[in-house]
Design a binder for this molecule. Sequence first.
Ligand code: ADP
Ligand code: ADP
Length: 226
Amino acid sequence: QTLVELQQVEKIYPGGTVAVQDANLHIKEGEFVSFVGPSGCGKSTIFRLIAGLSEPSGGSLQVMGGTPEAARKSSQLSFVFQDATLMPWCSVIDNVTLPLQLRGVPKKTQREEAHRVLELVGLQDYHKSLPRQLSGGMKMRVSIARSLIAHPGLLLMDEPFGALDEITRQTLQHELLAIWQKNPKMTVLFVTHNVFEAVFLSTRIAVMTPRPGKIAQQIDVPVPFP
Ligand code: ADP
Ligand code: ADP
């Protein structure tokens, strides 16, 4: 089943920067696709277009059978940014349950779901902590837990591990891979400038080149242990 479809997508920012040109992409349910390329090649721009946070200047996009905005508003899509943006005055559990609070899910269900996702990222003992009591890697885990709580079919991650030390990065890469493997229907789109990270995580890599931003090549990553 096709989950994300881009046809001849173009994004020109006010001022004239052609950030993305001629982008064609066809992503099926359950894929893990990484976008790699140097700074400024349009990775974040493509990501924001797919997430419905920005409008294309040309071409067409379909996400989960509709517009990106519709996918985002139905919370079938969630995203994680490079800087784990948590509410500093709220406990870990209140940060994680935010998507459920917004939808008026009963408190008891919120707590159960929070414990489920906090366990996935290994933070079950920190539900009462405040963000400032956590390390950078732990904050990123909270952010990942929050993005998973509403069972998104599509998870968009924009350089989520870019600011972390190498050991934490590797730990979280393994955790993310395990979560994705447990959920065969979950599709992940991942932005990174780290080719090794992309090869380790993905089923497919979209290589982007700058000025203007283009998807120059798409490479299927062979599965090491089929
Ligand atoms: P990447 O994520 O690969 O670093 P971006 O998508 O952020 O690349 O940027 C692609 C190009 O578009 C760059 O030249 C950048 O300066 C430009 N750009 C990004 N966002 C904006 C914006 N809001 N307004 C104007 N230009 C932008
Ligand atoms: P990243 O490397 O994570 O893509 P950027 O530094 O490209 O981050 O962009 C950070 C923010 O600044 C984004 O919201 C982007 O839209 C905006 N931005 C990036 N480049 C420009 C630009 N040339 N003019 C205006 N806004 C920009």
